[in-house]
Design a protein around this ligand. Structure first.
Ligand SMILES: Cc1cc2nc3c(=O)[nH]c(=O)nc-3n(C[C@H](O)[C@H](O)[C@H](O)COP(=O)(O)OP(=O)(O)OC[C@H]3O[C@@H](n4cnc5c(N)ncnc54)[C@H](O)[C@@H]3O)c2cc1C
Length: 405
């Protein structure tokens, strides 16, 4: 089997960008993914739309452009099924090697370097060596298996943001669709009368790119650990119970949904937050809200801190000053101890609060792109990732369309 210079684990928004960026810098790149398709939360999690932020340049813009050419996106709303096809085409066209149905299950570490990873599936077990590895699993699986120090959830009680299974409904009569406040008022009434059992405070819904379809981001499972198999199992069951209840309620009590049908349920429950690594720098709430700028910035973001209550009702939104943004330092993408490990996406080094801003898909692509370029610079100089020249990294990122100062 070919030996790769870089292996990216996880093919969600961060992993896609990391793999393409590394390949474009000339590295022989392998992307390992546990599902049989790419996209992560954007496809398997049915998450939609892309949230708006400053700083979403580079590969995110290319992705959006490709989706638009496929008539798979309107502004920031996209079709998750077509996205799978777009991603197959994009990644193969770029020459990224792909390994699907492959779950990362083991890591061999020697003297602060990852020598190889073990992936398993269909009764087969492969040992894959590489010079550099990028953890884009969202849950920090590679970092955790390597022994990197990990944080989980908020400081007060370790709880993570709630998990949500997104679902879509077709056959909706758009002309009868009630205003948001009215639908939420009815939902609250049904909750108060004990007919709906869901900790979420309102009905969160979006239109898809097609008429007659509504996308729901309304289930909420609190108090479960997203990296515990038994908690995840219970969460999947509870979220689908909520879908059954919500869907029946919509059909029975909201005229727009009288003839509606269940179009799609996400392949897995959506995980907003789980492990984050303890990196060389840990981004904080203060950094985000004060719009802090860093000399080793690899990207920027202006999306607010958006915390769905980990324990019940409520959503906390804390915004930056209008027009302002914060920068994401390179130190959030690596540890000072592991010479050949980079991390990108929602598991980079950040507190519960800061992660609640940078977790959006466009920003995950920004960190992925930076990790891919950083891996190439490290490989060129045979350096530990912490010693990559930041000015060179920034110059390469700008040349690749990143929105940096
Ligand atoms: C319910 C919900 C709603 C959201 N709403 C929005 C929104 O409206 N707009 C927005 O922009 N963002 C939204 N987000 C946030 C966003 O979807 C995620 O934070 C983002 O997708 C994270 O990208 P990622 O690449 O880091 O991880 P993920 O998207 O989680 O991708 C990780 C990938 O790694 C793979 N993987 C994981 N573990 C392994 C392993 N051990 N071996 C092999 N492969 C593995 C997974 O299969 C997956 O493909 C939402 C998230 C959730 C859960």
């Amino acid at each position: 089997m070919t030996v790769h210079q870089v292996i990216v684990v996880g093919g969600g928004p961060a992993g896609i960008a990391a793999a393409i960026a590394a390949k474009r810098q000339g590295l022989k790149t392998l992307l390992v993914e546990k599902y049989g398709f790419l996209g992560g939360m954007a496809t398997a999690g049915l998450v939609n739309p892309f949230m708006s932020t400053l700083g979403a340049g580079g590969l995110y813009q290319e992705f959006l452009q490709r989706l638009t050419e496929w008539q798979a996106a309107e502004e920031h709303t996209f079709d998750g099924e077509l996205a799978k096809l777009v991603l197959d085409e994009w990644l193969t066209e770029q020459g990224v090697d792909l390994l699907f149905h492959s779950l990362l299950t083991g890591v061999k570490v020697e003297e602060g370097r990852i020598k190889s990873i073990k992936v398993s599936g269909r009764g087969e077990e492969l040992t894959l060596p590489a010079s550099y590895f990028i953890d884009c699993t969202g849950d920090g699986d590679l970092a955790a298996l390597s022994g990197v120090k990990i944080n989980l959830g908020r400081t007060s009680d370790g709880l993570c943001q709630p998990m949500t299974t997104c679902f879509q409904v077709g056959g909706v009569d758009d002309s009868l669709m009630p205003p948001r406040e009215e639908l939420t008022a009815r939902y609250k009434e049904a909750k108060a009368q004990g007919r709906l059992h869901n900790p979420r405070e309102d009905v969160l819904w979006f239109r898809t790119i097609r008429p007659g379809e509504i996308h729901f981001n309304t289930t909420r499972v609190t108090g479960k650990n997203p990296v515990s198999l038994s908690d995840l199992t219970a969460a999947e069951l509870e979220a689908r119970r909520q879908i059954a209840e919500l869907f029946a309620w919509l059909r029975q009590e909201v005229p727009a949904f009288k003839g509606a049908y269940l179009l799609r349920i996400a392949a897995q429950i959506g995980v907003r937050e789980s492990r984050t690594i303890q990196g060389a720098y840990r981004l904080t709430e203060e950094d985000v809200l004060s719009g802090r700028k860093f000399t080793d910035a690899i990207g920027k973001c202006s999306y607010p801190i958006d915390i769905h209550s980990p324990s019940g009702e409520g959503t906390r939104i804390a915004t930056l000053a209008p027009g302002d943004w914060y920068e994401i330092p390179y130190g959030t993408l690596h540890t000072s101890t592991f010479g050949n490990l980079l991390v990108a996406g929602r598991c980079i080094s950040s507190t519960h609060e800061a992660q609640a801003s940078l977790r959006i898909m466009p920003t995950c692509m920004v960190t992925g792109q930076a990790a891919g370029v950083a891996a190439a610079l490290a490989d060129a100089g045979n350096l530990p990732v912490s010693q990559v020249s930041v000015p060179e990294l920034q110059a390469d990122l700008k040349a690749a369309g990143a929105d940096l100062r």
